[in-house]
Structures are given as C-alpha cells and as structure tokens.
Design a protein around this ligand. Structure first.
Ligand code: PMP
Length: 369
C-alpha cells in the first residue's frame, strides 16, 4: 500500500469527480474500437488540426542520430533564436516540458502551505491543481461573460497572495481581456505578487485589443509570460513550452526544474518550427476562418457562443454539456463537456480542419434537443 505524505497528498486525497468520461490521453484507436466506429475525430484538447511543420519532422528524424546523448540543459540554441524573434534577452527565457511544467515550477517555487493564488473562474484547471499540490489556496474570482474580471481579481489580492494567473486568451472560454485593462492590472498588482499571464493561444489571436506583454517585462520583475509550442506549432506530443520572465525569477525556476526537462527532439522541432512562418500563417488564417464559420453555424442552431480568440469554441447547450458530449461521442466526435471545465451547460470544441468541423456540425444537429 502506498501512502503519500508530501504536500502532493492533499491532491491525492481530493476528489477527481470533475474528470470527465473522456480522458485526454486515451488513444483514438481505443475509442474507435469501443464505439465500433470507422472514424473518430478528436476535437477535445485544442491541438493543431494541421499537424506540425514538415521542417520539424525532418529535424526530429535527423536529431535521432544523437538520441544517445543527453540534451543541452538550457535549450540554448532555441533560446538564442527565440530571443531575437521576441525581442527579449536569452536570460529572460526558460523552457519546460510543456508550459504545464512551468506552471508547476512556479507554484512549487513560490507557494508555501496556506499561501493564496488568485485566478479566474472558469480558467485553465491546471492552475488550481498545482496550487492544491503545494497545499495552497485557490481564490477563484468569477468571470463576467467568460472574461476575467480584473478589478475583482485585484480586489481579491491579500497579504497571503503569492501568485495571480491571468489566462489570456482564457481556456475554456476563449475570451481575451482588453489591452488597457490588463496593462493597468499589471501596473497595480503589488511587487511581491507574481503575475503569470498565460498566452498559450497567443498566435491565434486576431483582435487588435490585445496587450503585447513582453515589452512590459523589464519594468515589471514580477511578470511571467507563458507560451507554448503545443498549439499553433503543433508540437503538443513533444512537450515544449516557455516562459519569458525576469532573469532572477528564471534562475529560481532553473534550480527547481529537472536538469534535462526538454528533450533533444523537442528542442530541434521547436527550432525548426520557428523557420517555417508559412506554416504558422496558414494555421492562423485557416483557424480564424473556421472559427468564424463554426461559431456562425452554432449561432444559427440557436446556441450562445463565447467570442473566441483561440483554436476552440465554448458554447451553451440546452441541458447538460455532458449529455451533448455523450451524443457527439456516439457519433464519433470527441469534445469536452463544460461540467469538467467549470462551466456547466456548455461544450468546448477544438477547431479542426474544414472537413472535421463539418462532421462536428452535422453531429451537433443530432445532439441538441
Ligand atoms: N495553458 C493553457 C491555457 C492551456 O490551454 C494549455 C494546454 N491545454 C497549457 C497551458 C499547457 O500547454 P502545454 O503544456 O502543452 O504547453
């Protein structure tokens, strides 16, 4: 028998009832077999429907000849290229096994038992889980129409607050906060509180009212910006994301992370991806087009759709999201029920290729009462 005694045991003892029927890592082939369907389309984890750049595929194949060697610990070649691209210094970048790992590094480094973390409700569920692992307290501030209520979040900061998460665009709602509102928020958060702006979907944003956060880094040592190669770059399976942050904060996180937290394959794939702007532009354009088209089709079904700046849509359904997700699953479309994401009565669908989206919309017509 195993008995956990670390702070992580707080989560181990907690309820996992929020986990939906569909487990994100479950192989599609297995779902296909269980359902007896020839084709199952997964629109559940906001992955890139167009795959990744062929340049990344070639780089990975080549790098396999060096698989026997440990990777370079600081992803230096990638840091060099990306720093020039983003206009930050190399020591302001830290890479992780997905941005998920960096969220965990932040909570591990900055939280003691009983410390508070302010976040929106709903937002990316990993924040709350990582806070729980450290024995911290998540202070969840309700969104307004799916958008972070930054004034209320500012008001929720106490002497115990160590971190604030702003997910922009927000998962699961897909919404963004206004440029001026976020700039003022970052200015007003006390210096001793880290502001983590999670921009996992940054490259999909087409709105003009979106704050560029990287230029604020020098004046705000407590600002951390998270980005990832999992979404528009299509490298979710290789696990690589990054933080842009103050070098002193970076050195703390470097001490906390494992020595080889990003693999050789992930590093070279990310590097090669940066050399394929055409692929990124294609994904961005296709996504924006499909986002408008699918949102419009859902609206025409009489459903309320949250305005999205991402590669997914959250929409309200009659009855429970889980029931609709179940009906879609039986027709071979995997989506996420809002109940597991903190938004009951909704469904979150990732945008796929036009063909996948058509299949989803056809199935939707049979899934709402
Ligand atoms: N932040 C947000 C808001 C996300 O939606 C995700 C992925 N679902 C992540 C972070 C983690 O991404 P990754 O670990 O693949 O970089």
């Amino acid at each position: 028998e195993v008995s956990a005694v670390g702070t992580g045991s707080i989560l181990a003892r907690g309820s996992l009832a929020h986990v939906g029927r569909y487990a994100p890592g479950k192989p599609i082939e297995e779902v296909q077999r269980e359902l007896g369907l020839a084709r199952v389309i997964k629109l559940a984890s906001n992955e890139n429907a167009y795959g990744c750049s062929p340049k990344a595929v070639a780089a990975v194949a080549e790098e396999m000849t060096r698989a026997a060697l440990y990777p370079e610990s600081f992803s230096s070649a990638l840091a060099q290229k990306l720093s020039a691209r983003l206009g930050v210094r190399e020591d302001q970048l830290l890479f992780g096994n997905g941005s998920d790992e960096i969220i965990g590094l932040l909570t591990r480094a900055f939280l003691e038992v009983g410390d508070e973390v302010v976040m929106a409700d709903p937002t990316f569920t990993r924040y709350e889980q990582n806070v729980a692992i450290e024995g911290g307290v998540s202070v969840k501030v309700p969104c307004r129409d799916g958008v972070h209520d930054l004034d209320a979040m500012l008001g929720a900061i106490t002497a115990k607050t160590k971190l604030v998460f702003v997910c922009n665009p927000n998962n699961p709602t897909g919404t963004t906060v206004g440029k001026d509102a976020l700039r003022q928020f970052i200015d007003q958060v006390p210096d001793g509180v880290m502001v983590v702006v999670d921009e996992a979907y940054y490259e999909y944003v087409t709105s003009d009212d979106y704050l560029q956060t990287l230029p604020l880094l020098d004046a705000h040592p407590n600002l951390v910006v998270l980005r990832t190669f999992s979404k528009i770059y299509g490298l979710a399976g290789l696990r690589i994301g990054y933080a842009a942050l103050h070098p002193d904060v970076a050195s703390v996180l470097h001490k906390v992370r494992g020595p080889f937290n990003t693999s050789r394959l992930a590093q070279v794939a990310a590097l090669a991806s940066l050399d394929d702007p055409d692929f990124v532009a294609m994904c961005r354009e296709q996504n924006a087009k499909e986002r408008d088209r699918v949102a419009q089709a859902l609206l025409e079904m009489g459903l309320r759709v949250y305005p999205s700046q991402t590669n997914f849509l959250l929409f309200e359904v009659p009855g429970s999201g889980a029931a609709v997700a179940d009906r879609l699953l039986r027709q071979g479309i995997i989506v996420r029920a809002g109940e597991g994401l903190g938004v009951p009565g909704t469904v979150r669908v990732s945008l796929g290729t036009p063909k996948d989206n058509d299949a989803f919309l056809r199935a939707m017509k049979h899934s709402i009462e």
